[in-house]
Design a protein. Structure first.
Length: 367
């Protein structure tokens, strides 16, 4: 299953510009009018990881495969989207299909770029989008509860369990709160996951700020407002300039380094967005490294060694014997996986081992 993050926000906040910079493509049309993006554009982006780069450098394999995340550029939502305004129902359906939401919020002033409400206000913009997600979820939950009514009366155990969860969610939604405010357990979320509730998806806020404040985002009143909003929701807000990221995306490697240096930045803002989006999805990375291939693999945090082996091939999980594990920190410290192993840093782990982020693993199996 691909890891998908949907890029959402009001029209004219810079979603398509940021998507183009992320994917270094120009497939998403960026224009100064609402609804210029109707069908979602999808771009596959490698997750920047210096550990992966280091392993490639020391192993020099014939091929290498990084972890990737799919970014989906979804058209701008407007007030009334949940009632079909501005093709809203279609756009909301696109959001249902992604694993997490990147909410782009305009944090810059520019009289040449229209704002749909006539005023730049991160709080107002966030609340407009959130309300539409909540209203759409409210409709979904209400319909499901009605469908469960007969089964619930007959004493159907599954219907009773699902109804109890959805009634709590419904109460929160009616109060204007997102489904995430209910603090459901992992098991409860799994019970209702087929509904793909929009306001239950993890969110990362992206403040599109003025390029002059890129190195000092704390001086942006609008971004500081967005950071407070994110904090209240237990989320994170990242600042970047869509305009600058687009310019960086058009440069070669050396030109990019010089441009970043001039801006007082260590890396493009989008690198952090990609990494944080990956974390938002709840994944960690382990590596396999050999002369034929160095590869980064994504697994859900908390996965066991056999489950990690299953990401490579079901036969390896089925015939799992043990995992030969070397922490990446040891590989870097000693300069190679072999030298780290010779120094006694390789461990033999069994079926109960919980894989750690950055583990370099060789699986022993027998089918």
């Amino acid at each position: 299953m691909p890891l998908q993050c949907g890029i959402v926000g009001l029209p004219n906040v810079g979603k398509s510009t940021i998507f183009n910079a992320l994917t270094k493509s120009h497939s998403a049309e960026a224009q100064n009018y609402p609804f210029c993006t109707i069908d979602p554009n999808v771009g596959v982006v490698a997750v920047p990881d210096p550990r992966f780069d280091f392993l490639n450098e020391i192993v020099k394999p014939k091929s290498s495969v990084p972890v990737t995340v799919e970014f989906v550029d979804i058209a701008g939502l407007v007030k009334g989207a949940s009632q079909g305004e501005g093709l809203g129902n279609k756009f909301l359906d696109h959001i249902r299909k992604v694993n997490a939401i990147l909410h782009v919020v305009r944090c810059f002033q520019d009289e040449n770029i229209t704002h749909v409400t006539g005023k730049v206000s991160p709080k107002n913009d966030v609340e407009i989008i959130e309300l539409e997600l909540i209203l759409s979820d409210l409709d979904q939950v209400e319909k499901r509860l009605q469908n469960l009514l007969k089964k619930k009366k007959s004493g159907d155990k599954e219907a009773l369990e699902q109804s109890a969860i959805l009634e709590r969610v419904f109460t929160a939604l009616k109060e204007g709160k997102p489904a995430s405010a209910v603090n459901l357990t992992t098991e409860e979320k799994d019970t209702i996951k087929d509904l793909s509730l929009l306001s239950l998806k993890p969110v990362l806020f992206i403040g599109n700020i003025d390029e002059s404040l890129l190195a000092t985002p704390e001086k942006s009143t609008e971004f500081m407002e967005l950071q407070q909003i994110a904090k209240e929701r237990g989320a994170m807000a990242i600042s970047l300039s869509g305009k600058i990221e687009a310019e960086l995306g058009a440069l070669g490697e050396e030109e990019e380094k010089e441009f970043l240096k001039d801006l007082g930045l260590k890396e493009p803002g989008l690198n952090r967005v990609i990494r944080e989006a990956y974390k938002l999805l709840g994944y960690i990375t382990f590596f396999t490294a050999g002369e034929q291939e160095v590869r980064a693999w994504n697994i859900v945090a908390g996965s066991t060694a056999p489950q990690a082996a299953g990401q490579i091939h079901s036969d390896i999980e089925r015939g799992f014997i043990r995992a030969e594990v070397t922490a990446f920190s040891a590989v870097k410290e000693f300069g190679s996986q072999k030298k780290a192993q010779e120094a006694g840093k390789m461990r033999l782990e069994g079926k109960e081992y919980i894989v750690a982020d950055g583990d370099v693993i060789y699986f022993r199996f027998n089918v």
